[in-house]
Design a protein around this ligand. Structure first.
Ligand SMILES: Nc1ncnc2c1ncn2[C@@H]1O[C@H](COP(=O)(O)OP(=O)(O)OP(=O)(O)O)[C@@H](O)[C@H]1O
Length: 245
């Protein structure tokens, strides 16, 4: 498919002498769904921070298509189409599910007033499409404060989808979810990928298995192993530093 690949090449981040990322290289293809796992302190969050411009690499290249992300600030990187979902949802509890999505929609471009009605219609269609995608069509008129923990996470993913990202970074989406919500989240993320790339950091290996795509294991700031979940779960180095503990 068309779209941009994400490239990290030889990326290092040093905090006060501590090496959080160590010569990390990784490619995420357009439309790919990639899970990132690894022990605490492996550098997963730091990697996300480098992609979104929150943290500058000490050395190395970070590119999204032709864009050099190391030269861009966080706002410009977001405008390129890179969205990030943090673990804690930031939905507006007093607003309905529909209103939350409406608020997240990009303001229609261009000042031509006669196009307004049509654009509103397009906006409504986009919101309805997203409601269906995140499984909340039936809850559209309910206040977000009434949603379950899992549904709030999906709403937040929906709010990011309203921005039409090319790459979505998702941080521990299933922490605190029921088994059923976890399964639905795997289905949701599988459905979201394809039209856009999705990178998911997660500790729950059953969920990573349900995603059914390529897995990267980080350890001490570098890639320790990469491949299918079966491949990495049977990799002796992964068992030693992560799974066996
Ligand atoms: N701003 C900072 N200053 C100093 N050290 C930091 C900073 N941010 C992260 N670190 C250190 O860098 C290392 C990598 O942290 P990071 O949060 O990226 O790991 P992680 O894989 O996301 O871990 P977890 O699974 O616990 O979230 C950790 O040892 C952490 O203490």
């Amino acid at each position: 498919m068309s779209g941009n690949s994400l490239y990290l090449d030889g990326v290092s981040v040093v905090f006060d002498g501590f090496q959080a990322l160590n010569n990390l290289s990784l490619v995420v293809e357009p439309g790919e769904l990639r899970a990132i796992i690894g022990p605490n302190g492996a550098g997963k969050t730091t990697m996300m921070d480098v992609i979104t411009g929150k943290t500058r690499p000490t050395k190395g290249t970070v590119r999204f298509g032709e864009s050099d992300l190391t030269r861009m600030d966080e706002a410009s990187i977001a405008m390129l189409g890179i969205g990030r979902k943090f673990q804690k949802p930031t939905v507006f509890d007093a607003l309905t599910v529909f209103e939350n999505l409406e608020l997240a929609l990009k303001a229609p471009r261009g000042p031509i007033p006669c196009l307004r009605w049509r654009l509103n219609g397009e906006a409504r269609t986009a919101i309805e499409r997203t409601l269906a995608e995140i499984g909340l069509t039936e809850r559209a008129r309910d206040r977000a404060g009434l949603l379950s923990h899992g549904q709030r996470q999906w709403l937040e993913i929906g709010m990011l989808l309203m921005q039409d990202p090319q790459l979505l970074l998702v941080d521990e989406p299933v922490a605190g979810m029921t088994d059923h919500e976890t399964e639905l989240t795997a289905t949701l993320l599988r459905g979201i990928a394809g039209a856009r790339s999705v990178v998911v950091v997660e500790h729950d290996l059953e969920f990573v298995r349900a995603l059914g795509h390529r897995v990267t294991v980080l350890h001490e700031g570098s890639v320790l192993s990469e491949g299918s979940i079966d491949h990495v779960q049977n990799d002796q180095r992964v068992i030693e530093v992560y799974l066996g503990r």
